[in-house]
Design a protein around this ligand. Structure first.
Ligand code: HEC
Length: 713
């Protein structure tokens, strides 16, 4: 048994799923007959039972589909969820020939993984919106559970029927708003990425608002059988807790977020859960949270049994750039200085890859503390230095300069130059200012994103897809009397923009709203929120809500009584998530606008890199391979292949040679595959499934909600 454990290469070949699936692997003393073990693991290797695959590596030991035959892949089945459209981003699970997925409105579905036939559907009665990236499957003996989130509820379902398990929580569900030490009505939390398992614990984070009021981003562990809270780690420390002195004394009572929204991974052998966190709220101004703000923007290594901190690495001190950790960590084993090291790899929005010894938190490559300019915004205090990794090289460009501006036409180059000369562009960690727009490059959507990355234990190669666009941002003081427009600027402009322009496709424009929405619909959206939009039902009174609806539908700017209602509101507002696009809507920087990268983690060197995706209309004009924005991760297989969809505009699903990056197969999806695929085997046939949703499609591009399975003829 021991060799199986020591060499991840053999271990993953023999037993691809996580130790949760084959727990006896972790107990070499267990005297299970080898044959039973291999049979059980063999079955497991055919499944995809864990979100992100074994150890978060998105690796499969299957190799029926390989370099030599992948060109013959055909559509084997498809399942149209017929449940509207949305941005669910789901990476499904496959267990014993059943595929478990989620519909655009967050119904849970079980499909026959060989035919796509619907076996059951669970409708919670709540129409979910926005991301719902996957599920968690737990089994112990004959007991099994499928954990599914719908907004702030977490359900335990019976995987064979789709019915809630009555003895979990209250009639099969728990309410994640509870236990966060804030009034329930004020708590906005959604479990957008599924929890991870350690023994009989389900460990979850959650998405919380980017502006106050926001609950703290506590990381919590629940008993898988009862739903009872077993431990909770305060990411905004309370008096007496480590890190408390990195905030103002009362911040734990009013500040919020510093949450794990991107997912976690468990090292079952060591009993460590690795949880990366995001920024504290408000994302772009921290005058009410002076200090480094531990454990925001931090990779946490917690004792999975107790929630006690083992080590941590804070990526951004006092973040005012929304540089969340955007991806779940990946457990890897690498050869470093002649020694095998179990490490944890973590990608960032900056386009950096960090690699730490799992046990000690020591970085395998040097990280340097570098000085950055101070903020000029009154009340703001940024950290004088920030850590910067020196290796591997970033997988996205770091600083926008004039020579990088679009040369698509001479006019566009001139336009971009004129705009650019009004910006401040000095690379990472330049604080936003009140007088001019500051370039954020790569932009607020990375670099790396929520689809995660793949690691090949056979070769030590790590695969990361990346966005490579410049965005800009700024701050503006709140001025003038209190009116519907002021209220809009105070509460809504953060996402929908000063001029209602939004930042499509993620954040809709509100221009021309009266042409597509009734007042009642607008009121529902404002009250209930959806996607990244918070629910305002307890945050705005009736007069304010009606004045806002008036303003959005007719442009009328009614005066409002009193002043800004929220004493914790920042004195400044954010000018919006502004992509730096040219007048035709293409990035105003030169390509590549998106890339796919293969990095050898043993050396920290790139094996290959290439532009990823293209705009069909630009390709038709001869501008091929520009790369495009892409959302959704890769998977890597023992068949020598890297499968990834993700690209927004060409809507392709592709297979690359994992060693060379050569494109071997591609197919066009009905809408963009903004999700991470899975692969599995049923009755001797290997399938690759992608969930196409067009969740990140821009206006005019198709949206859908279809699971598509490909196999050899
Ligand atoms: C943190 C970001 C964020 C904030 C703040 C926010 N929204 Fe939204 N809003 C969104 C997102 C994302 C959607 C799309 C939701 C979906 O598709 O489910 C949306 C959708 C909407 C829509 C529907 C648009 C359509 O085309 O149908 C309206 C209306 C709206 N928001 C109004 C508001 C108002 C009014 C406020 C302030 C009180 C506000 N939003 C604050 C992110 C935000």
């Amino acid at each position: 048994m021991q060799p199986l454990l020591r060499s991840p290469q053999t271990a993953s070949r023999a037993c691809s799923p996580s130790p949760a699936r084959c727990p006896w692997l972790l107990k070499p003393a267990a005297l299970l007959p080898l044959l039973i073990l291999l049979a059980a693991c063999g079955r497991g290797a055919k499944d995809w039972p864990v979100y992100g695959g074994p150890d978060g590596t998105r690796y499969s030991a299957l190799k029926q589909i390989h370099r030599g035959n992948v060109r013959q892949l055909q559509l084997a089945w498809s399942y149209d969820t017929n449940d509207g459209t949305g941005d669910p981003q789901t990476h499904p699970l496959v267990i014993d020939g059943v595929l478990y997925g989620i519909t655009p409105r967050h119904k849970v579905i079980a499909l026959d993984a060989a035919t796509g036939k619907l076996l059951w559907q669970f409708d919670s009665g709540i129409a979910g919106r926005g991301p719902n990236r996957g599920l968690t499957y737990w089994r112990s003996g004959r007991q099994q559970r499928l954990f599914a989130a719908v907004q702030h509820y977490l359900y335990a379902l019976d995987p064979s029927t789709g019915k809630p398990v009555p003895d979990f929580g209250s009639e099969g569900r728990i309410d994640l708003r509870e236990g966060l030490s804030r009034p329930l009505a004020q708590v906005s939390i959604v479990l957008t990425t599924p929890g991870v398992l350690y023994k009989d614990l389900l460990i979850v984070g959650g998405r919380t608002p980017e502006a106050l009021p926001a609950p703290p981003g506590d990381i919590r562990a629940y008993d898988v059988r009862t739903g009872r809270l077993r431990w909770s780690f305060h990411t905004i420390p309370r008096p007496g807790e480590f890190g408390y002195d990195t905030w103002p004394p009362d911040a734990w009572k009013y500040s919020g977020s510093a949450n794990n929204w991107a997912g976690m991974v468990v090292d079952a052998k060591r009993g460590i859960v690795f949880a990366p966190t995001g920024s504290a709220a408000f994302d772009f101004y921290g005058g009410d949270r002076h200090g480094d703000n531990l454990f925001a923007n931090t990779l946490l290594a917690l004792d999975a049994a107790t929630g006690k901190r083992i080590w941590h690495f804070q990526l951004v001190r006092h973040d005012i750039w929304d540089r969340d950790f955007p991806s779940p960590p990946v457990l890897v084993t690498v050869r470093h200085n002649g020694r095998r090291v179990d490490a944890v790899a973590q990608a960032t929005k900056h386009g950096w890859l960090l690699l730490f010894d799992r046990a000690t938190g020591r970085s395998l490559f040097p990280i340097e503390d570098r000085p950055f300019p101070p903020s000029t915004v009154p009340g703001e205090r940024t950290s004088p230095t920030q850590p910067v990794p020196l290796k591997p090289e970033p997988f996205a460009r770091q600083r926008l300069t004039e020579d990088m501006l679009s040369r698509r036409t001479p006019e566009i180059h001139q336009w971009a130059l004129d705009r650019f000369r009004t910006f401040r562009s000095e690379g990472q960690y330049v604080p936003a200012s009140l007088d001019l727009e500051t370039v954020v490059f790569p932009g607020f959507d990375g670099g790396a994103e929520w689809g995660g990355q793949a690691f090949d234990p056979e070769t030590g190669i790590f695969y990361v897809n990346s966005n490579d666009l410049a965005w800009t941002t700024g701050l503006v003081p709140h001025t003038g009397g209190w009116s519907a427009r002021q209220l809009y600027l105070n509460k809504c402009a953060l996402c929908h923009g000063d001029q209602l322009q939004g930042s499509p496709p993620t954040l809709p424009a509100l221009t021309g709203l009266s042409k597509r929405r009734t007042r009642a619909e607008v009121e529902t959206v404002i009250r209930e929120g959806g996607g990244r939009m918070p629910a305002y039902k307890t945050l705005l009174n009736k007069t304010e809500t009606q004045a806002l609806i008036d303003y959005l539908m007719t442009g009328r700017d009614a005066k409002l009584p009193g002043g800004p209602p929220d004493p914790t509101r920042p004195p400044y507002r954010f000018t919006g998530y502004n992509r730096f696009l040219d007048p035709d809507g293409y990035p105003a920087v030169e390509p590549p606008w998106g890339t796919l990268n293969a990095i050898n983690l043993n050396t920290g060197e790139y094996v290959w890199r290439k532009p990823f995706g293209e705009y069909p209309e630009l390709a038709a004009q001869g501008r091929k391979d520009t790369g495009t924005e892409n959302y959704g991760g890769p998977i890597v297989t023992a068949g020598g292949l890297l499968f990834i969809a993700a690209t927004n505009f060409d809507r392709k699903f592709r297979a690359f040679d994992k060693q060379t990056g050569e494109l071997l197969w591609e197919t066009e999806l009905p809408c963009a595959g903004n999700a991470t695929p899975v692969t599995y085997e049923v009755r001797g046939r290997q399938y690759v499934v992608i969930y196409a949703t067009g969740g990140k499609a821009r206006a005019g591009e198709p949206k859908c909600g279809v699971y598509l399975a490909y196999a050899l003829p």
